[in-house]
Design a binder for this molecule. Structure first.
Ligand SMILES: Nc1ncnc2c1ncn2[C@@H]1O[C@H](COP(=O)(O)OP(=O)(O)OP(=O)(O)O)[C@@H](O)[C@H]1O
Length: 299
């Protein structure tokens, strides 16, 4: 279980984290999403013990993360800034990891040769960017972590390998109850793997919910009336966004779908369809509601 309690971090004149609270349950996959500069990488660096917070608490299983060797042994972080020793081959790196991580699993390492299919005698630094990422996952999974912190994890991996890597991680979530926090701008992909999402904006978490709840409280509605949509109805509904194409209104409405349907039905619409939103649309409209506007390109 990951708990971030009221964490603040200031860099010179920038408040990167502002009283941030975040909760990730054990055995779940948590998608951390937010616009550029929201503070995602900064909180990740706190979760991996790179930064020390100015205020608040960063806890994994109830223990402070900063300078906690025991927790570091059971946490793997994979981001864009991968580090491998200049002359080391994959096999050398595996031996190094085996010495560093007490639960290193050689059997898994051997069996994953079937998945990653890269010659272990090759120097890691000479591999392509995507292959280096594969090695990071290969080694990371073999440390048998309790917690995986991932920053744009599958960037640079080809579609088959992205799928393989997610399969391996979700297998560990199901079988070993590991906890995964993943930050990514690829919302389509997160939608397939996350149980919970946290939306960050301005150094805070502005929404933290199960994926189903996040998507269940905001709807795309298409409605038509004989004439214009009644003003009274617009006032009764929490309309985040509205567009009109001829006599059809395309609306983004916050609230319970049953209640929305009943309120519209009371005005005898010619058409009333409630459609599911994608995570990308939830992101755009939730953030639009708090002042991070996007162009009207989704309806
Ligand atoms: N080492 C640092 N020194 C000064 N400012 C920093 C430092 N690291 C981050 N910041 C600032 O903190 C804020 C949050 O940055 P952060 O990298 O955490 O955002 P992010 O959500 O990861 O963004 P992106 O999606 O673009 O990667 C930004 O305003 C950034 O300029």
């Amino acid at each position: 279980m990951i708990e971030v309690k009221n964490v603040t971090k200031v860099f010179e004149d920038t408040k990167a984290l502002d009283n941030l609270c975040l909760h990730v349950k054990k055995g779940t996959v948590y998608g951390l999403i937010g616009p550029n500069g929201a503070g995602k990488t900064t909180i990740i660096k706190h979760l991996t013990g790179v930064y020390k917070q100015d205020a608040g608490e960063v806890l994994i299983d109830g223990n402070n993360v900063y300078e906690n060797i025991k927790l570091k042994n059971k946490t793997i972080c994979i981001g864009d800034d991968l580090y491998f020793f200049p002359t080391y081959t994959i096999a050398d790196m595996a031996k190094f990891y085996a010495g560093l991580y007490p639960d290193w699993d050689w059997v898994r390492y051997e069996s994953l040769k079937e998945v990653f299919k890269i010659d272990t005698k090759r120097r890691v630094r000479k591999l392509s960017k995507g292959m280096q990422k594969q090695v990071a996952f290969w080694l990371g999974i073999c440390t048998k972590p309790d917690v995986m912190i991932l920053d744009e994890p599958v960037d640079g991996l080809d579609p088959v390998m992205r799928r393989n890597v997610w399969k391996l991680m979700l297998q560990d979530v199901a079988e070993r109850d590991i906890t995964v926090l993943v930050s990514s701008h690829n919302l389509r992909e997160l939608e397939d793997v996350c149980d919970h999402v946290g939306i960050m904006f301005g150094g805070k978490i502005v929404l933290e919910k199960s994926l189903d709840d996040a998507k269940g409280n905001i709807h795309k509605v298409q409605a038509a009336f004989s004439g214009f949509m009644p003003d009274e109805l617009t006032q009764e509904l929490n309309v985040l966004h509205s567009e009109q194409f001829g006599s059809v209104y395309s609306l983004i409405i916050k609230g319970d779908s049953g209640e929305i349907k009943n309120k519209i039905a009371a005005y005898s619409p010619l058409l009333c369809d409630i459609l599911p939103l994608t995570l990308e649309e939830v992101f755009i409209y939730e953030l639009g509601g708090i002042g991070y506007e996007s162009a009207n390109i989704l309806l």
